[in-house]
Structure formats: C-alpha cells, structure tokens
Design a protein around this ligand. Sequence first.
Ligand code: ATP
Ligand code: MG
Length: 261
Amino acid sequence: MTRTSPAAARQASRSARDRELRASAGEPDDSPLIEVKGLRKTYETARGSLTLFDSLELTVEQGEMVAIVGQSGAGKSTLLHILGALDTASTGTVYCASTNVSHLSAREAASFRNREIGYVWQFHYLLPEFTAQENVAMPLLARGARKADALAQSANWLKEVDLDDRATHRPGELSGGEQQRVALARALVNSPRLLLADEPTGDLDQVTAGRIFELIQRLHASHGLTSILVTHNQELASRCTRVLRLENGQLTRVGAVGAGG
Ligand SMILES: Nc1ncnc2c1ncn2[C@@H]1O[C@H](COP(=O)(O)OP(=O)(O)OP(=O)(O)O)[C@@H](O)[C@H]1O
Ligand SMILES: [Mg+2]
C-alpha cells in the first residue's frame, strides 16, 4: 500500500474532482495524461534499502511523445513500471490516464493496464506457439471479445504495421523487426491512450531501429497517443517532442534550462 503525504493527497483529490466536474459538464478533458508528484521508490534488499527516486515530479500532456534517457540502473524501467501500474510507488501520487494508480488493487491494476496502457519492451514477449494474428488478438480476448471479432481486429492491426502478409507466421518465423511490429500491434489493439516503450529498438540494427521508431511515430500521431519511450539511442530520442534525463532520482529536461516536469 502506498503512503501519500496529506498535501499530495489533497492535490490528487482536487485534480480528480476537477476532472469529474469537467466530464459531467461535457467539457473536453485537456488535463495532463500523467501527473506524478513527490514520487519515492525504495526497494528493500538483503543489503539494505535502495532508494531510486525521492520527490520525483513528472507531467506529461496529452499527445506528447517523451523520450527518457539515462544510465543503466538509473531507474528508467522502474519508472515506466510505476506509471503502468506494474509496480507501486513507496510514497507520492501517480496520476496516469485519469486514474490514481497509487491506489489500485491487483485486479484493478490489471484492468487499467488492459484498457489504458500499451506496453512494448526490448524483447517482444510474443507467445511462441501462436501465430502473429493470434498474438495480437490476445489482449482483446482477455477483455472478453468474441474470437472472430478479435481475429478480425487483429488482422486490421497487422495491416497497420505492414505485416498482413505474415499473419499466419509464428514468432520464430519472423525477423526481429517484424516481431517488434507484431508486439506494437498487440500493444495498441485495445486502443490504449498511453504507449510505454522500454528500449523498443534496443535489440535491432540501426536501420531496423529507425524504421520501428518511425512506425511508432506514425501510430502515435494517427491514433492520438501519448507516448513515453525509454531509449539509449540519443539520435532517436532527439526526434521526440521532449527528452528527459533520469539521473540521481530526478528528471531534467535535456537541451533546456530547468526541471523536466
Ligand atoms: N525488484 C527489485 N528489487 C531490488 N532492486 C531492484 C528491483 N528492480 C530494480 N532494482 C534496482 O533498481 C535499479 C534501477 O533498475 P531499472 O531496471 O529501473 O534501471 P534502468 O534505468 O531501466 O536500467 P537499464 O538501462 O539497464 O535498463 C537497479 O540498480 C536495479 O538493480
Ligand atoms: Mg531498463
């Protein structure tokens, strides 16, 4: 269970009320998609506690494509896990896609992830015994869609990532770049608002990495996504709308003066 300071809790509840009021008045919700305040993350290990972040702040507006860079071990993956409700904060408030993810039960977190978050990792994590089309259909089936509908939507998504001619291939029968395209289609098939990508091009050669990045940019724009990409590739990072460096538990904007929140 996450502890939250009284001030942060008051602010979070004000933000929630503002959103509810705007929604009930039929106003478009133009509030940030991500608002992190006073985030602290501590791991208890056999050698004592390890604090990754203390008072980390982050605001991401709807439609932004933000790159997060930083040294290995800085906590980039941990931050994405917290934003995507795969891990919890030690203290602080984490608002993501209109949801206070600091206070979700395991069941609520699973439903939130399925609905709101598309994840892509360095490794594709496709299920080897299923075809590309079946893999992409999985999140829809997990949500209770009929199999025929899920497979039809999955086929459309394979077209979007230019892989309709590989629908019946199993992951082992696809190239690395093709596997990542299938993983992207699977991440987006449920129409999430937020795409979290953790070194999505880390295992690919330079040319393929560039193509996957361009595909992410295209899908980001055409589906009105908000995207956060962790990458070690400075050139690709610089093509995002904003680059943040995670260092010593804080995010700072690269190429601009001042904090990156
Ligand atoms: N469950 C855990 N328990 C204890 N320590 C952990 C746990 N998960 C991660 N860590 C530690 O937290 C630190 C940050 O890990 P994280 O994976 O977030 O780094 P990263 O910035 O993504 O690094 P990389 O660029 O190598 O992927 C590391 O030092 C790691 O050992
Ligand atoms: Mg990592």
